[in-house]
Design a protein around this ligand. Structure first.
Ligand SMILES: NC(=O)c1ccc[n+]([C@@H]2O[C@H](COP(=O)([O-])OP(=O)(O)OC[C@H]3O[C@@H](n4cnc5c(N)ncnc54)[C@H](O)[C@@H]3O)[C@@H](O)[C@H]2O)c1
Ligand SMILES: [Zn+2]
Ligand SMILES: [Zn+2]
Length: 363
């Protein structure tokens, strides 16, 4: 593939730029995927705003779906297959993978923003550009390892497939895998972006009782109600811990889906004894929080970290896609405005301002 295609690139010192990139052919164990839709996640914004420092140019985008166009040796997919890309391509060899916990893989190199061999398939004007989370999906075509591609039914809309790549699998998984919420249990979700709204959907799927959704945006709170929240609160005006204690005696679960250390610190005071605080939002690297250690021990309160919704992409993504296709998970209603790559800045501005639902970029 020597043709070039536009890409949304983070340039150190410059921020967001649009560059023409070329993508090499797939090698052994890799495949080429033509991107059809890519969601705009706050994790891309963490790169742009310096929360997660990066000194190399990165092709952004890590929540995407598309069509296989070519495969390298040893790849059991075919051109024409529809796939969702998974940003945490597991190595399949480490002890975490062997114990069925692919979301904790210690062998993946995706988090270094490289392919498994440590390299990149992207070039631009003779310079190497690196794939954010091993994908770099805000462009026309990507090279990914086999473990980063999950085959899905061709009737699955690409926008829905894209959201399955990150927000939905993370959010639904936070409720059903990480917290393992049971019917009738109560929960509060702080932050109703793509991840928080998917958490609300996951809570409905799990049969949760009272589900309290908190956001600063009235539009996002209204969406949370459509997805199953039974109560919504304005985080700017309501003392959420006090509300949870007064009305619920503390929730069974409190999910943070913003990435704010200040909000994460408040989680234990939202839950009851024996309850769990679930940290889904990703703060800036190195952020520290202060927790009341006596309270945690005395009241048996738990803190659960949640990477990728504690999901095994190869298993959970097809299951969630099937639930959507069966009409049991309204993932299409989470899809916001679809824009061309050239309007990426606008999509990020809206993400920052909490306007609309999950923005989608298409090449
Ligand atoms: N754990 C994981 O594997 C994983 C996966 C994907 C994303 N994330 C992280 O999850 C976080 C959320 O991602 P997203 O894409 O949904 O972000 P988003 O920007 O779409 O949503 C964040 C929401 O939080 C709301 N918010 C901000 N401040 C608030 C406050 N004080 N009280 C209540 N609500 C508030 C915003 O209005 C917005 O609706 C990010 O930190 C992202 O990096 C984690
Ligand atoms: Zn993401
Ligand atoms: Zn592994």
């Amino acid at each position: 593939m020597n043709a070039t295609t536009p890409a949304v690139v983070f340039e150190p010192g410059e921020g967001l730029t649009l560059r023409e990139v070329s993508v090499r052919e797939p090698r052994t164990g890799e495949l080429a995927v033509e991107i059809r839709a890519a969601g705009v996640c706050h994790s891309d914004l963490h790169i742009l705003n310096g929360d997660w420092p990066e000194d190399r140019p990165l092709v952004l985008g890590h929540e995407a779906a598309g069509i296989v166009t070519a495969v390298g040796d040893g790849v059991d997919l075919e051109p024409g297959d529809h796939v969702v890309l998974s940003w945490f391509a597991p190595c399949g060899r480490c002890d975490r993978c062997a114990s069925g916990k692919a979301w904790l893989c210690t062998g993946t190199r995706a988090v270094e923003n490289v392919l498994p061999d440590g390299g990149t398939a992207f070039r631009s004007d003779g310079e190497e550009l690196w794939p954010f989370l091993g994908l770099g999906a805000f462009t026309g075509s990507v090279i990914v390892p086999r473990s980063a591609a999950v085959k899905v039914a061709s009737e699955l809309p690409f926008e829905v497939g894209a959201l399955l790549g990150c927000a939905v699998t993370t959010g639904v998984g936070a409720a059903v895998n990480t917290a393992q919420v049971r019917p009738g249990e109560t929960a509060v979700v702080i932050g109703c972006g793509g991840v928080g709204l998917a958490t609300v959907m996951g809570l409905r799927l799990a049969g949760a009782g009272t589900v309290v959704a908190v956001d600063l945006s009235a539009e996002r709170r209204a969406a949370a109600e459509r997805f199953g929240a039974t109560v919504t609160l304005d985080g700017a005006t309501v003392d959420v811990p006090a509300w949870c204690q007064e009305h619920l005696g503390g929730a069974d679960y409190a999910f943070e889906a913003v990435g704010s250390p200040r909000l994460i610190e408040q989680l234990p005071s939202m839950i009851r004894s024996g309850g769990a605080a679930v940290v889904v939002g990703m703060p800036p690297i190195g952020a520290k929080v202060q927790l009341d250690a006596f309270e945690l021990a005395d009241q048996g309160k738990r803190i659960l970290g949640c990477n990728y919704g504690s999901s095994v992409a190869a298993i959970d993504i097809p299951r969630l896609a099937d639930l959507f296709l069966a009409g049991r998970l309204p993932l299409d209603e989470l899809v916001g405005t679809t824009r061309p790559l050239a309007e990426a800045q606008l999509a990020f501005d809206e993400l920052k301002a909490g306007i609309g639902l999950r923005g989608i970029l298409v090449p």
